[in-house]
Design a protein. Structure first.
Length: 336
């Protein structure tokens, strides 16, 4: 008999690390993980099995399909925004072909054990492409269906994958003689910038905030690559993980969408710097604008409308901007 499990791809990344810890804490189901890299030993000890390999390896996925009954997938594996701009073909293979492969894997699992496989997908505010700073200021908090014209490869990948997930959930092989849709229950969150106390940022264009914090904690100087007035939504990592868990457990009948915005606060880069200097008075922070990365961030919303998530599945972040520093970051990384 195959054993029912939760599968996390990209488990060694920022979200994956926190999600593993959240899932194995009193979980009813075992957790298996898949990543190109081995898990840290302390994390690996908490999961039932870790597969080191690629989401694009069909033999590896067939092995998992044969050994386990996967009924919940957190598909976190991705090439992030900055790196995707340097290698768009690789980004497409990892982000699009990888997601398509995992959706097909979920479809096979759903057909095999006769019930829908939950498929949780972290999307991004990179799916937005606001055409100008004037349009951004006028738009205010942007809803899910507005300004979906991303300017980055990563944003294009994520937006297309959202549509693939919707297709598998609602319209898969719609010309077949029998209905095959509904074997995948795809649910996506467009995450804002994420801030973790435990892991160092790794390739996101929104990482100027967490980079600033971790540089100060380590006693390093930091040159922020965006203007002081740059403003996008952010949230603390524990709230992002809790949001994934909330959405995963929400009754399907209550969900009006397959893709949801969420946010907790939207400080400017200058406000980040001020808070970091309160926490680390000796922090050396300057501004050295990277015009190309600035141009990308300028296409992202200054804020998003997350009313659908709050209404449909009760999203409510624990940490506001001040509490993130005093209640989450400071106990872990120090400072005043």
């Amino acid at each position: 008999m195959r054993k029912p499990v939760v599968l996390i791809t990209g488990a060694s990344g920022e979200i994956g690390h926190a999600l593993v810890l959240r899932l194995v804490d009193g979980a009813a189901r075992s957790v298996i993980t898949l990543d190109l890299n081995p898990l840290a030993p302390a994390l690996a000890a908490k999961v039932k099995h870790h597969y080191t390999g690629s989401i694009l390896d069909p033999e590896l996925l067939d092995r998992i399909l044969a050994e386990y009954e996967v009924d919940l997938i957190f598909h976190l594996a991705a090439l992030l925004s900055t790196r995707s701009e340097f290698a768009p073909m690789t980004a497409h293979r990892v982000n699009v072909e990888g997601t398509m492969t995992m959706l097909d894997f979920a479809q096979k699992q759903g057909e095999s054990h006769g019930r829908a496989v939950l498929f949780l997908f972290p999307s991004s505010i990179a799916t937005y492409g606001v055409p100008s700073l004037e349009a951004k200021a006028k738009a205010g908090a942007i809803r899910e269906d507005d300004f979906n014209q991303p300017t980055t490869m990563y944003g294009c990948n994520k937006l297309y994958c959202e549509q693939l997930g919707r297709y598998y959930t609602r319209h898969y092989k719609q010309l077949a003689s029998e209905s095959l849709a509904g074997k995948v229950d795809f649910r996506a969150i467009r995450f804002p910038g994420l801030i973790s106390a435990y892991t160092i940022p790794s390739g996101g264009t929104s990482d100027y905030g967490p980079e600033m914090i971790h540089a100060a904690a380590e006693g390093r100087s930091y040159a922020c690559f965006v203007r002081p007035d740059t403003r996008i939504p952010f949230m603390a990592m524990p709230d992002s993980v809790e949001a994934l868990m909330q959405l995963a457990t929400a009754p399907r009948a209550k969900l009006s969408r397959t893709v949801y915005n969420i946010r907790a606060f939207n400080p400017s880069a200058e406000e980040f710097e001020q808070h970091v200097k309160v926490m680390f008075p000796s922090a050396e922070i300057s501004t050295k604008i990277d015009a190309k990365r600035q141009a990308i961030v300028d296409t992202w919303p200054a804020d998003v409308d997350d009313s659908a998530a709050r209404r449909d599945w009760g999203f409510s972040p624990k940490f506001d901007f001040d509490a993130m520093f005093t209640e989450y970051l400071q106990p872990v990384i120090g400072g005043n």
